[in-house]
Structure formats: structure tokens, C-alpha cells
Design a protein around this ligand. Structure first.
Ligand code: SF4
Length: 195
């Protein structure tokens, strides 16, 4: 709730949305919904073919006057949901400029984690992949920017606009031929899903 207040006071005119798969929404209490309303925060559900208490969500949205939107418009689109795999190049032999140039993530999925800003979710969270599969994909200070040490907004934007060392572990973004689409399903936790 505090985060909603801070975001709204920093960006009074901006559309601010919480993106979620919706699973926890029906469990959120009234203070959450009231805060969404008071701070004009939209709820944006990325719809997956999973069990969701849609009616409970709709009831809360209506009761508190919150705007709700879905990323998929129809049930058919949801059931046909697919996942775009941008393969991880565990050899780390990729061309960082090329990977970055074709990547859809930078400046779209900027990720803030423990006070550090990453240009993409991959860099911020690949540690989980590395740990699970016992693969070393090093993420260093050169891959992110510490918001407490950044010397200004321009420096942050400059950093986010450039390839980072971790790009060599990406085989490029969804616009490259190495990218592939798979039908949405529960992960079998096999590395073949990722590389
Ligand atoms: S590491 Fe580079 S190429 Fe890979 S997702 Fe992030 S910005 Fe894109």
C-alpha cells in the first residue's frame, strides 16, 4: 500500500497499474482495494488458463471503484495462451550488441530489486535459474545500476539504454529466429524449457 502511495505522489498524472496473474487478488483485504482506489491504481491481469476466482475479483473491483483490465480479451485467447521462450545461451558466447538490439525487454520490463535497477527481468532473476540448474551466470554491478549511488536520472537512462555484459547469455529477444513459442503449461522444471 505504501508503494502505491509513493508511486502516485511521484507520478500524479501517470497511468499506474499492478500487473498480476490474479491468483492472490481474491485474498486481498479491503485496505488493499481501498488503496488502489485512493491512489487511482489500475489492476491489470495477465490472463492464463488457470483457476481464478473471477467473480470475487469483479465484486471487489466494483465495490471499491477500481479499474480492472485484462491482457487477453476472450476465453479462447486465454486457453490458447502461449509462452515466448527467449533461449538462454548458457555458453555466454552471444554478441551483446546484437542481443540487446533485438531484445524486447529493455525499457519495457525494467526491474527494481533490492535497490538495483536492471534493464530486464532476466538479469534480475536469472539467479534462480542458475541456482536450480547449478549453472553459473554471473550478474555483476555492470549489469545494473544502484539507485542509491546513481548520480542522477540521466545516468540511469544512459545505463538502461546500453547493452550489458549479461546480454551475452541471451540469444536475442523475441524478434530473433532463436526465439520460439510454446503452449502455456506448468513447467516440468527441465532445462530444455529455457535453453
Ligand atoms: S540480458 Fe540483454 S538481451 Fe537479455 S533480456 Fe536483458 S537486455 Fe535483453
Amino acid at each position: 500500500m505504501k508503494l502505491m502511495e509513493i508511486a502516485r505522489s511521484a507520478f500524479p498524472e501517470t497511468l499506474i497499474a499492478i500487473y498480476t496473474n490474479g491468483i492472490l487478488l481474491s485474498k486481498m483485504d479491503s485496505t488493499f482495494w481501498q488503496s488502489c482506489h485512493d491512489n487511482n491504481i489500475r489492476i491489470m491481469i495477465t490472463a492464463y488458463p488457470i483457476k481464478l476466482d473471477v467473480q470475487a475479483i469483479k465484486n471487489a473491483v466494483k465495490k471499491f471503484g477500481v479499474t480492472l483490465a485484462w491482457t487477453s480479451a476472450t476465453d479462447a485467447a486465454i486457453m490458447d495462451a502461449s509462452f515466448i521462450v527467449n533461449p538462454i545461451d548458457i555458453s555466454g558466447s552471444g554478441d551483446i550488441v546484437k542481443s540487446f538490439a533485438f531484445c524486447h525487454d529493455p525499457n519495457k520490463c525494467i526491474t527494481l530489486k533490492h535497490g538495483k535497477l536492471y534493464p530486464c527481468a532476466f538479469t534480475a532473476h536469472v539467479n534462480h535459474f542458475s541456482k536450480y540448474f547449478g549453472i553459473d551466470i554471473p550478474i555483476t554491478e555492470a549489469d545494473c545500476i544502484d539507485i542509491y549511488n546513481a548520480s542522477g536520472g540521466d545516468k540511469v537512462l544512459e545505463k538502461l539504454a546500453q547493452p550489458i555484459p549479461a546480454c551475452k547469455y541471451c540469444s536475442g529477444g523475441r524478434f530473433t529466429e532463436s526465439s520460439r513459442k510454446i503452449k502455456w503449461h506448468r513447467s516440468e522444471r527441465d532445462i530444455s524449457e529455457w535453453v
